[in-house]
Every structure is written in structure tokens, then in C-alpha cells.
Design a protein around this ligand. Structure first.
Ligand code: F6R
Length: 612
């Protein structure tokens, strides 16, 4: 959430910073800003910032905006509305210090009062501005000393970058809870909150840890603890393909979400590759760091994630219960920590996250580890905070996900859970025959995903009708319920229509009162042990005039129910949820497209939620 980029070197900073911000815009897009410094101590700090997108800032940049040192920011508002004044960078009273910041300063209001009492006039509503003033007022001799002195006064989370007109040869950065990655170039250094802004310039990077500061000069970087003792950190090569962060060159996709949905079969192949053992009907997940004896000792599985990752976690819990017969459930990580959870030694905790930076999930992981629990991660971003914090895990290999609405990462989360359930099952009572049955089905899934994606034109037509409704239901039962939740989530996220998920069985206990010709229902009706009951509920909806879209299998007999039918290929019933989910992504996407929304940057949201 919020994007930070910084540059120091031999080139003009502003164009590089703007390009970096464009690549980070999915992390926040309500305003953007830059600060640059010339090379001499007489050169003054120049700041340009503006509400709106990076392109608005670019169009408005003053002609004279030269400097080879600079920092930039793209904002997701926490304190104060999205306007020019609240945009970052924030400056001190003299205009010498500029700060960009991700995270939240919890004691900002106390610090604002203290600064005001000392005669400082605060220009913005933000928590970040206090940092600029605290650094500006410090009398420490070095910029590092000033930043450390300011940070000693704040409680909260931050990833921040600071430039100061009196120290034009450096950028000082600091991290506590919000990611910062240093990029090492040839006579130039960069810093960013996300690899996406670095990879076109360098793949030699160093991750700053919580509680660390770093100084970047054109010739290198130095890392410190907050007491300014050295904390040496090596830069390493990351194995990334910069083109994976781009829209494909052929103009085939008008948005990252479209590209990422279409990538799902290939991404699915990657997460399964090398992990299926056909001979023994099991999965190989070396990264779990658990032997068979430890695996057998697990009595319960608790899955933690946020938003869509939480809904996929519910799908994962079903898979684990069904295949391994271990009691399993999923909980919103954002709530878990606050109920002082009982952590059990024989429970396996699983944190699931695309970004690996979601603060609610990270804090849940830290709570479990503090209490001595074992936690593994299902994470997409290699080397991210959650990936580094857990006892073991499964990387999802989806490739970079840029669209705010998650698609290919969620699919790979489901497959990650399938692999985990298979491995847990096979050290317990799942037979080798069942293991092989599931491996056969998993191997076929990528192709079947492709078949669902081929129905895009038909789904687009259905989506255009659904887009006309102000309010919709998504319903499913047992395995189908998290599918409905995820479908509703995608739909509301990008179409801004009110979409509510319910267990089909619960409709008659209340929500049926809302069914009318104006309120369509998207129902998940797989061929399984509940088909008849689901079809019964469809009759009840139809009898009340509710329009129906039914996502089902070709051999399901829907009887006389009047509906729009979407058939998906059948897998093994444990794995059906993922094939039932993909059409819902396309419905949401085409509804949003029809309504003319910015699909990759839905209003009020941002990728990687690094604030609580
Ligand atoms: C929905 C969506 C969010 C994320 C959630 C968790 O499409 O993208 O609900 O799933 O913010 O994010 P990660 O997986 O990065 O922890």
C-alpha cells in the first residue's frame, strides 16, 4: 500500500522516479509526488505533488525540475483526503527536508499537538508530516542521526525515504513494518517499496529488515540499526524476468487483470511442477520443513489470510478436512490476533498471502510464533516479510500480480492447498489410489482452466446483464460457499455493485426477503452430494421472480428452472471449487468493463495492504 521510489546517481532523477511510480501505482493511486535535489549543498529542494494519478503529476511537473537525487511516492490515503496538500513528499518548516512514507504513525496526533504547541504550523492532515518536522528540528550532526532521533519519538509502522538539502549526497531510508528494497546499480542506487520499480534498472537487491535504516549514496549503501550501529547486509541477485511486470507486447490485454486471468493455466502448471509424486500418489513439499512423524502429529489446521486469500483459505480448509481428515478452518487474519487466540502445539497454522506483506496476516504470524506455534506460509512473493517469518512453506509461483483484484495468485493458493492436503492425507489415511486419483485430476486442471477461459465471450454477455443490477446475491453450499464469497468479492471490488454471498441453505432464513426481479442471484451448483438440495433452492428463488445465473456442470439436471446456465468442466469433486471460481472472475471483469471502470485500480483500494 502506497509506493515509494528513490534514486541517487548520475542521471536526472525525475523521469526515473516517474517511471518507477507508474510501476508502483497499483499500491496506491489517489495522489503522487516527487522531491529532487541538485548535487551541491547550495541547491534547494524542489517538490511537486498532486492529487490524482502519476500521469497528472507528470503533466504538471515544473520545467526546471533538475536533480540527480530524488524520492517519489504514490499514495493510498490514511490520514486526510486525497488532495494536493496531503500528497507526499512532506516537507519541514524551512523546506529543507522531504519525506515519503508508507505505514501509519500511531502517535501522530500527540506529536502534532506538541509541534503546534512549539509554534510549528502543520500544512497537511497527514501523520507523515510530523516526521518531516521532527527531522528538520533535530540538531544531530548527520542525516542518519536526525532520522534516528525522529524515529525514536514515533510509534507505528513505516517504510520511509528522506532527502535533505544540507546532505545532497544521500538518501536515508528506514523500515518498520512496510517493505523497502534497495537496488544496486552502476554508480547509482535505487530504493523502492516493491521490486516492480527496480527490475528494469537492476536485479541486484538488498531487503531492509524491520528496525533498520540505510544510507544510499551514488556509490553504495550502508545499513544500520536504529541506534546507528552497523547491521551489514549483502545485496543478492534476484531471479526475475522484468517483462513479467509488463502488459504483453501484443496488445492482447487491455488490463493486467485480463492478462493475469488468462495466465492461470500456465501459472497453475508452475505451482504443480515437480511437486507431484505419481508413484506414491502424494505431493513433495520440501519447503514445509516437516518430516512424516511431525506431519502425523498435527491434530488441527488453522488457516489465516485476508480478503480473497481468506476465502481461498476456506476452500483449503475443506480440502484438508476431506483429504486428510484433520479438523481445519480458516479465519480472517485481521481478527485473529485481537481475540488473544489460544495457540496449540499440535495445530499447524497456515498463513496465506499473495504479497507476503499484508500487515494483518504478518502480525497474525508473529503472534503465533511469539506463543510458540508452528506456522507455514503459502506465499507468492519470494523473500517477502511473511515468507521470511514462517517456519516453512510453499511458494505459489504465480509470477508478479499487478491488478488489485487477485486472480492467478488465488488459483495457485487453491492448488497450494491441494498439494498440502494431499501430503497431509497421504501420511495419514488417504489411500494411494485416492492420491493417484487426485494427482490425475490436478494434472488435468490447467487444461480445464483454459476451457473455462474460452467461454469468455458468453460470460461477457451474462456479465453485461448482471452489471445493470444494483444488488446481487452469490450463493453456494459447503465447498461452493467460499466460491460464492470469492465471486461476490471480485464483483463488488471492481464493478462497485452490492454483491452479497450467502450459504444457499441460509436464504430461507432471511435474505430471501430481498429476492425480486431486480436482484439477480449467481448460484454455484456443482454435481455433488448437495445438487438436489441446491436445485430445490433455485426453484425457491425463481418462484419469487429472482433472475438466476447458475454455474454448474453439464450433467446437472436443473429441471424446469429458468436461468442462464454456465457449465464448467468437471474435476474430482474436492477440486471443483477452482473451476467454479474462474467464471466468476470473468463475470466481475466484464461487468466492470461494461460499466467503464478502471479495472486494475478500483476506487478506494490498493494492492498489498500494509496498514492495519
Ligand atoms: C481481492 C484482493 C484482496 C487480497 C487481500 C490479501 O481481489 O486482492 O482481498 O486478497 O488483500 O492480500 P494478500 O494475498 O497479498 O495477503
Amino acid at each position: 500500500m502506497c509506493g515509494i521510489v528513490g534514486y541517487i546517481g548520475t542521471q536526472q532523477a525525475a523521469p526515473l522516479l516517474l517511471e518507477g511510480l507508474t510501476r508502483l501505482e497499483h499500491r496506491g493511486y489517489d495522489s503522487a509526488g516527487l522531491a529532487v535535489l541538485g548535487a551541491t549543498s547550495s541547491s534547494s529542494l524542489k517538490v511537486a505533488k498532486k492529487a490524482g494519478r502519476v500521469r497528472d503529476l507528470q503533466g504538471d511537473l515544473p520545467k526546471r525540475f533538475a536533480g540527480k537525487v530524488g524520492i517519489g511516492h504514490t499514495r493510498w490515503a490514511t490520514h486526510g483526503p486525497a488532495n494536493d496538500v496531503n500528497a507526499h513528499p512532506h516537507v519541514d518548516a524551512k523546506g529543507d527536508v522531504a519525506v515519503v512514507h508508507n505505514g501509519i504513525i500511531d502517535n501522530a496526533s500527540t506529536l502534532r499537538q506538541q509541534l503546534t504547541a512549539d509554534g510549528v504550523t502543520l500544512a497537511s492532515d497527514t501523520d507523515t508530516e510530523v516526521l518531516a518536522h521532527l527531522i528538520g528540528r533535530s540538531s544531530a550532526e548527520t542525516l542518519e542521526g536526525r532520522v534516528a532521533e525522529a524515529l525514536a519519538q514515533v510509534d507505528g509502522t513505516y517504510g520511509l525515504a528522506v532527502v535533505h538539502a544540507d546532505f545532497p549526497d544521500r538518501i536515508v531510508v528506514a523500515r518498520n513494518g512496510s517493505p523497502l528494497i534497495i537496488g544496486v546499480g552502476e554508480k547509482e542506487m535505487l530504493v523502492a517499496s516493491d521490486l516492480a520499480a527496480l527490475v528494469r534498472h537492476t536485479t541486484t537487491v538488498a531487503h531492509l529488515e524491520d528496525g533498520e535504516l540505510a544510507t544510499l549514496t551514488a556509490s553504495g549503501f550502508t545499513t544500520y540499526r536504529t541506534d546507528l550501529t552497523r547491521a551489514p547486509r549483502e545485496a543478492t541477485e534476484v531471479d526475475v524476468d522484468p517483462s513479467a511486470y509488463e502488459l504483453s507486447g501484443e496488445g492482447e490485454h487491455e488490463s493486467f487483470m485480463h492478462q493475469e486471468m488468462r495466465e492461470q493455466p500456465a501459472a497453475a502448471e508452475r505451482v504443480l511442477r515437480g511437486r507431484l509424486d505419481e508413484r506414491f500418489g502424494t505431493a513433495h513439499l520440501g519447503g514445509l520443513n516437516m518430516d512424516a512423524r511431525e506431519t502425523r502429529a498435527i491434530r488441527r489446521v488453522k488457516i489465516l489470510g485476508c480478503g480473497s486469500a481468506y476465502y481461498v483459505g476456506q476452500m483449503g480448509a475443506s480440502l484438508i478436512e476431506e483429504l486428510a481428515r484433520i479438523p481445519a478452518d480458516a479465519e480472517a487474519a485481521s481478527e485473529f490476533r485481537y481475540r488473544d487466540p489460544v495457540i496449540e502445539a499440535d495445530t499447524l497454522y497456515v498463513a496465506v498471502s499473495q504479497s507476503g506483506e499484508t500487515i494483518d496476516t504478518l502480525l497474525a504470524v508473529q503472534e503465533i510464533r511469539r506463543k510458540g506455534g508452528r506456522v507455514i506460509g503459502l506465499v507468492n512473493v519470494v523473500g517477502s516479510a511473511i515468507a521470511r517469518e514462517v517456519d516453512g512453506g510453499i511458494y505459489l509461483h504465480s509470477g508478479p500480480e499487478v491488478a488489485v483484484a487477485s486472480t492467478k495468485a488465488l488459483t495457485n493458493m487453491f492448488l497450494g492447498f491441494s498439494l498440502l492436503a494431499l501430503q497431509l492425507g497421504r501420511v495419514r489415511d488417504l489411500s494411494i489410489a485416492d492420491g493417484k486419483r487426485l494427482i490425475g485430476a490436478l494434472t488435468t486442471l490447467p487444461e480445464q482452466m483454459g476451457e473455462v477461459l474460452e467461454q469468455e465471450d458468453a460470460l461477457a454477455e451474462v456479465a453485461r446483464t448482471l452489471a445493470e443490477a444494483e444488488s446481487l446475491f452469490f450463493v453456494g453450499r459447503v465447498r461452493g460457499f467460499p466460491v460464492a464469497r470469492e465471486g461476490a468479492q471480485k464483483f463488488k471490488e471492481i464493478s462497485y455493485r452490492h454483491a452479497e454471498a450467502y450459504q444457499t441453505s441460509e436464504l430461507k432464513h432471511g435474505p430471501l426477503a430481498l429476492i425480486s426481479p431486480d436482484v439477480p442471484t449467481v448460484a454455484i451448483v456443482p454435481a455433488d452430494e448437495l445438487t438436489d438440495r441446491n436445485v430445490g433452492a433455485l426453484h425457491e428463488i425463481a418462484a419469487r421472480g429472482g433472475p438466476l445465473v447458475v454455474v454448474t456442470h453439464a450433467d446437472v439436471d436443473l429441471g424446469e428452472v429458468v436461468c442462464t446456465r454456465i457449465d464448467v468442466p468437471r474435476s474430482e469433486r474436492e477440486l471443483d471449487p477452482i473451476l467454479l471460481t474462474i467464471p466468476l472472475q470473468l463475470l466481475a471483469y466484464h461487468a466492470a468493463l461494461h460499466l467503464g471502470h478502471d479495472i486494475d485500480k478500483p476506487r478506494n483500494l490498493a494492492k498489498s495492504v500494509t496498514v492495519e
